[in-house]
Design a protein around this ligand. Structure first.
Ligand SMILES: Nc1ncnc2c1ncn2[C@@H]1O[C@H](COP(=O)(O)OP(=O)(O)OP(=O)(O)O)[C@@H](O)[C@H]1O
Ligand SMILES: [Mg+2]
Length: 502
């Protein structure tokens, strides 16, 4: 694919980028060949998204040079980058939920009729044909926001793939996808490569990165610390460069069987009997003990997220009962009911709960605002609480006055988590608590969850990533097609057995 002597498709040299004086990138060189899938990894805040946003024209202010097919380019906005054949799928979903799937897929390329108006029927037909060509059977007429998260992500991928871009940047495209959907994406990447298109693939799933990439690059603290052919770079090589040595334990939890705790004898804090929502999940019964971390694992769409939503009051159950400390909880009336019953909930779409323009401190204290009013918490106290969380969660940069919108994706997630740690609930529901976090940040979450467990909180960790439940849970329930299918306790369990049970 790469002819000798030909310039790389894309070449960046000496790229530096500062935000309000703070360096996000320092003297970064990066090359992307034609027909290459290039994996990009690094800790939360390492600068991956920032470099990609420079390539995609989102950040126009930077130092250094960018060459496309050997010619110097400098994009002033995303449109110029798009016109030059660069497409980016952002880390945060950017589809428009109220618009139809067809409009989202063809955004900016809608077919027009003779009067210059959008030709709806033609647009739907075109969208359907294009989605089918990608192997997707999605009704183009439905609002994109009504689809499950995984399909929304696939619609977004389709939009960029179908735009004809020669350079595709995928910033964490798989974190909302189920295993079959991930396979779909990887098959597509092979086709793109065969087509001679170039792809940058950013992910915290190192196995995935090594599997799909031709070459890999590691970022650390705004610098490029290594590049290699993917078949020569193993996972230890990547991890060592990302965070240094000493993470063997976490590394283990990804491949080997993890010993689970024997069944707890502590009092039951949460008792769920025959809970169900027609068409989504159930009837499901389970018990959660004080000081126990119960993992609830299932493929995307198996009902585990809905079960958590029902327990949080976000979704009205149409059968069953829920007891907290033996008392019947009146759920299905919104989160206040659940909160009163002692159930706290951190949903999977945490970034949507944050106020991007507000400081880290404000975002952390919002969860306890009622309490703060009652206690007349002073700004200094508010700040001290926030600083404590920032330290314990390893939020970087460690500045509580920064607007949350200026943190990297993974660090924003940590702020969303910190919010609920200020006063202890009886039951804590964590939905996908480590999605989008790097290995080190996941370690931080493990520590926080262990700390809460020590204090007697009953914790339900709901996830579609086997690694997440394996690294956190004392006991694991597997959900399959809306029903609790299997329980693992008091033995060693690996990823393979969870996958087999799901
Ligand atoms: N708009 C912004 N304003 C100020 N600082 C920013 C802005 N965007 C990013 N930063 C800072 O730049 C640094 C790099 O962030 P970036 O989003 O590129 O990290 P990342 O490698 O993509 O991390 P993650 O894996 O968490 O997504 C971080 O310290 C971040 O706080
Ligand atoms: Mg990022």
């Amino acid at each position: 694919m790469v002819s000798p002597g030909a310039p790389p498709r894309l070449e960046l040299s000496g790229i530096s980028k500062r935000f309000a004086g703070v360096a996000a990138l320092e003297g970064v060189d990066f090359r992307l060949a034609a027909g290459e899938v290039h994996g990009l990894v690094g800790e939360n805040g390492a600068g991956k998204s920032t470099l990609m946003k420079i390539i995609a024209g989102v950040h126009a202010e930077y130092e250094g040079e960018m060459r496309l097919d050997g010619r110097p380019v400098r994009f002033r906005n995303p449109r110029e980058a798009r016109d030059a054949g660069i497409g980016m799928v952002h880390q945060e979903l950017s589809i428009v939920p109220a618009l139809s799937v067809a409009e989202n897929v063809l955004l900016g390329r809608q077919p027009l009729n003779r009067l210059g108006l959008v030709a709806w029927r033609r647009m739907r037909a075109a969208a359907r044909a294009q989605l089918e060509a990608l192997g997707l059977d999605i009704d183009p007429a439905v609002p994109a926001g009504s689809l499950p998260l995984g399909l929304q992500q696939m619609v977004e991928l389709a939009r960029v793939l179908l735009s004809g871009a020669r350079i595709l940047i995928l910033d964490e495209p798989t974190s909302a996808l189920s295993p079959p959907e991930v396979e779909w994406l990887f098959a597509l990447l092979d086709r793109l490569r065969a087509d001679g298109r170039s792809v940058v693939f950013i992910s915290h799933f190192l196995d995935d990165v090594l599997r799909v990439s031709d070459s890999v690059t590691v970022f650390r603290n705004g610098r490029r610390v290594g590049s290699a052919a993917a078949r020569e770079a193993g996972k230890p090589w990547l991890i060592e460069r990302m965070i240094g040595a000493g993470h063997e334990r976490l590394e283990e939890s990804y491949s080997e069987a993890i010993p689970l705790a024997p069944r707890s004898r502590a009092p039951v804090v949460l008792a769920v009997e025959e809970l169900g929502v027609e068409g989504l999940f159930g009837p499901a019964s389970l018990e959660l003990h004080a000081g126990e971390v119960l993992g609830l694992y299932g493929f995307m769409g198996s009902g585990q997220l809905d079960l958590a939503r029902a327990l949080s009051g976000k979704l009205r159950p149409d059968r069953g009962t829920v007891r907290v400390d033996g008392r019947v909880a009146r759920l299905g009336r919104g989160t206040p009911g659940a909160k009163r019953a002692g159930i706290a909930y951190v949903p999977e779409s945490r970034r949507a709960m944050l106020f991007a323009g507000e400081s880290v401190t404000r975002n952390i204290s919002i969860a306890v605002l009622e309490r703060i009013n009652r206690l007349l918490l002073r700004p200094r106290q508010e700040r001290r609480i926030a600083e404590g969380h920032v330290r314990r969660l390893g939020i970087r940069p460690a500045r509580v006055d920064l607007p949350v919108g200026q943190l990297s994706g993974g660090n924003q997630q940590k702020v969303a988590l910190a919010r609920w740690l200020t006063h202890l609930p009886r039951v804590l529901l964590l939905s996908e608590p480590t999605r989008g976090m790097d290995v080190g940040a996941k370690d931080d979450v493990v520590r926080i969850v262990r700390g809460l467990r020590e204090q007697g909180v009953g914790i339900l960790v709901v996830s579609s990533e086997p690694e997440t439940v394996l690294s956190l849970a004392d006991r694991i329930l597997v959900m399959r097609r809306g029903l609790l299918a299997e329980e693992f306790a008091g033995e060693a369990v690996g990823k393979d057995r969870l996958l087999a049970a799901a």
